[in-house]
Ligand binder design. Structure first.
Ligand code: ATR
Length: 265
């Protein structure tokens, strides 16, 4: 039985076990996938279980995507660029860390046929997921990325690591092509982001990284004004697809059957 785990805090809400169990069954893989909410001081021990094959595959979510870095033997180039790990496995006897969030975000845009070449993008937030978004956007050849964060210092230090990234004051708004909410504002029904939608002069794209709820207030307001809206569900599914591929060398399908199973769509 191949053991998989996801570590995070909180972790109860995670849909990853359900996602991967669907694919294990589809591909006749004898495996399990469990959730774990460890303390920081347990991480080293848990990662060592990758080396001994006690754990076959691991996903990492908030707040451990950076803190597991020091326990890896080696990492992919994308991890080096983003300093963010979400997938770990045993690669030729060593603990190897990879990042499938970049792929997940990019693939979600490709699915919706969104071409961002030469476009301008504003990201709200400067937390752990933002370097992955920036890497994907730069790869998609955007013209410029603007990062706006309540704590401006965090946006500044992030922007220094990448070309074509500028900081914009929190609460300030200009006309860009796409707006991404990468803050945790929106997880609660009462969460509202101060956003002056009236200032926008044409149809824009609004993307919320959050996938539970599927429609945050950020997206609801944008939809009322006929902007194109996208939630974080596809990014979640595609990051999982790529993680499964790294572990099992199979590219599982993201299709209607999977959506029906996960969400009763
Ligand atoms: P971390 O910063 O530990 O990686 P995260 O959940 O990835 O955590 O990021 C949370 C993001 O949501 C941050 O950009 C945070 O802004 P700060 O850096 O100023 O804390 C943002 N955020 C959370 N609550 C917010 C609020 N009430 N108003 C504005 N931004 C908020």
């Amino acid at each position: 039985m191949k053991k998989h785990i996801i570590i995070g805090k909180p972790i109860n809400h995670s849909l990853s076990p359900k996602l991967h169990e669907f694919w294990f069954k589809k591909h006749n893989i004898n495996a399990e996938y469990i959730k774990l909410e460890p303390n920081e001081n347990e991480l080293e021990n848990i990662l060592n279980k990758i080396k001994t094959n006690e754990i076959f595959g691991m996903n990492v979510t908030v707040p451990f995507k950076q803190s597991v870095l020091k326990f890896l033997d080696d990492k992919s180039d994308i991890v080096k660029q983003t300093n963010s790990v979400n997938t770990i496995y045993n690669k030729n006897g060593i603990i190897f860390g990879d990042n499938t969030d970049v792929y997940g975000f990019k693939q979600s845009l490709i699915k919706h046929r969104i071409n961002l070449k030469e476009k301008t993008v504003m990201i709200l937030g400067a937390g752990g997921v933002v370097p992955s978004l920036v890497c994907a956007l730069l790869d998609m050849k955007v013209n410029k990325i603007f990062i706006s964060n309540r704590t401006e210092e965090k946006a500044k230090s992030l922007s220094e690591n990448y070309p074509n990234v500028e900081v914009i004051q929190w609460g300030k708004l200009e006309n860009f092509d796409m707006y991404i909410n990468a803050t945790s504002l929106g997880l609660k029904d009462t969460d509202k982001i101060e956003f002056n939608y009236k200032k926008l002069n044409e149809k824009k794209i609004f993307y919320d990284i959050i996938y539970n709820p599927l429609k945050t207030n950020f997206l609801k307001e944008a939809e009322k004004l006929n902007h194109l809206i996208l939630n974080g569900r596809d990014m979640f599914l595609y990051q999982g697809q790529k993680a499964f591929n790294l572990w099992h060398n199979i590219m599982p399908k993201v299709d209607d059957e999977l959506l029906r199973y996960l969400y009763n769509d």
